[in-house]
Design a protein around this ligand. Structure first.
Ligand SMILES: C[S@@+](CC[C@H](N)C(=O)[O-])C[C@H]1O[C@@H](n2cnc3c(N)ncnc32)[C@H](O)[C@@H]1O
Length: 204
């Protein structure tokens, strides 16, 4: 399966898919944290722009050639936890929502968009599923919404004790946002196991 992991600097989801033999690539404006050659440091929207087909072609495919995209768009201007600032950032919000819409409309047969509890629910549509780290082996809470196209809901793989909010696990500092936004390995593994095993033809 050819998998595009959009807005991922950590390589967590890309690595989980590659470990199972998939042709998975991450794409982010930032470099890959793990230095992987299977990372494209660029605007992910270039992948779907026919005028910029080069960007998809250079890894041996065409924009339509992706089988699955998992996208982690920035939540800075969308997350409900920042609601008290909403009135001051309407332009940023509109741009962030437009970015999410473009990801949702990408010409890819299967798509998962991941975000915290956010205004995507009220301004675009409600999520198909809300998962928690403790359902996938991490004893923490962080409600994570999934908007799914042609994908089944993720089935919990390892329900564990522990309900401390994830935010308490990040140490202060300039990279705190990275710690908080990095996808958890148990969730990445579940995506690769459950969505990577779907037949390619089912969503065609
Ligand atoms: C909330 S973080 C997601 C991090 C991800 N869960 C991980 O484990 O790496 C959002 C990411 O989107 C990236 N980003 C924002 N706009 C982008 C764009 N147009 N194209 C590609 N990446 C983008 C940011 O650089 C940031 O790393």
């Amino acid at each position: 399966m050819r998998v595009l992991v959009a807005c991922e600097f950590s390589g967590v989801v890309r690595s989980a898919f590659r470990a199972l033999g998939h042709d998975a690539w991450s794409c982010d404006l930032l470099p890959a944290e793990d230095g992987s050659p299977f990372h494209m440091q660029r605007n992910v929207l270039d992948m779907f722009d026919p005028k910029l087909a080069f960007y998809a072609n250079f890894i041996g495919g065409v924009p339509e050639a992706w089988d699955l995209m998992i996208a982690h768009p920035p939540c800075t201007h969308l997350s409900v936890s920042g609601a008290r600032w909403f009135k001051d950032k309407q332009v940023e919000q509109a741009e962030a929502l437009e970015f999410v819409r473009k990801l949702m409309d990408a010409p890819i047969p299967r798509i998962a968009i991941e975000n915290p509890i956010s205004i995507i629910s009220s301004r675009i549509r409600k999520p198909d599923q809300i998962i928690q780290p403790w359902m996938f082996g991490h004893g923490e809470t962080k409600a994570t919404c999934l908007w799914l196209k042609n994908l089944p809901k993720l089935v919990p793989t390892n329900i564990v004790e522990g309900r401390e909010p994830r935010v308490h696990h990040a140490s202060p500092g300039p990279d705190r946002w990275k710690e908080r936004s990095r996808t958890l390995t148990g969730i990445g593994a579940a995506m690769a196991e459950q969505w990577g095993s779907l037949a390619l033809s089912e969503a065609a």
